[in-house]
Design a binder for this molecule. Structure first.
Ligand code: HEC
Length: 102
């Protein structure tokens, strides 16, 4: 009986690990928001022209889905965007093209 429980626990961990971290986010909407707010305006100058490189640099700051969401809310203040939780999920889903969180 105990063994069954352990196997089940392991299976559910495996299922969570491969799940989409932003199931409610729409990457296409996220990209539109990202462009609308010109999110790369600062990142571009920081990364020598290609702002997207900030998301794939080796020493990138955000290493988890939660961290990514947190950074999006922080950075949205930079552009005075009052993003809804849904919009943050959308942008996270878009940026996960670079982060590839599972
Ligand atoms: C006023 C300038 C500025 C604007 C505008 C800006 N950012 Fe940022 N962003 C930064 C800075 C500075 C960092 C790097 C922080 C660090 O290195 O600790 C950063 C880092 C990030 C990161 C983390 C990169 C990493 O290392 O993992 C994400 C994600 C991000 N920004 C998303 C956004 C989004 C989404 C928007 C638009 C809503 C946006 N940013 C607009 C300045 C800006």
């Amino acid at each position: 009986m105990k063994k069954m429980i352990i196997v089940f626990a392991l299976l559910s961990i495996a299922a969570t690990a491969s799940a989409d971290p932003f199931p409610k986010g729409n990457a296409q909407t996220g990209q539109q928001l990202f462009e609308k707010y010109d999110c790369n305006s600062c990142h571009n100058s920081m990364m020598g022209g290609d702002g997207n490189r900030i998301f794939t640099r080796v020493d990138r700051k955000r290493t988890s889905p939660e961290g990514l969401v947190e950074q999006i809310s922080m950075c949205s203040g930079n552009v005075n965007a009052h993003l809804t939780p849904q919009e943050i999920q959308d942008i996270a889903a878009y940026l996960n093209i670079f982060y590839k969180f599972k």
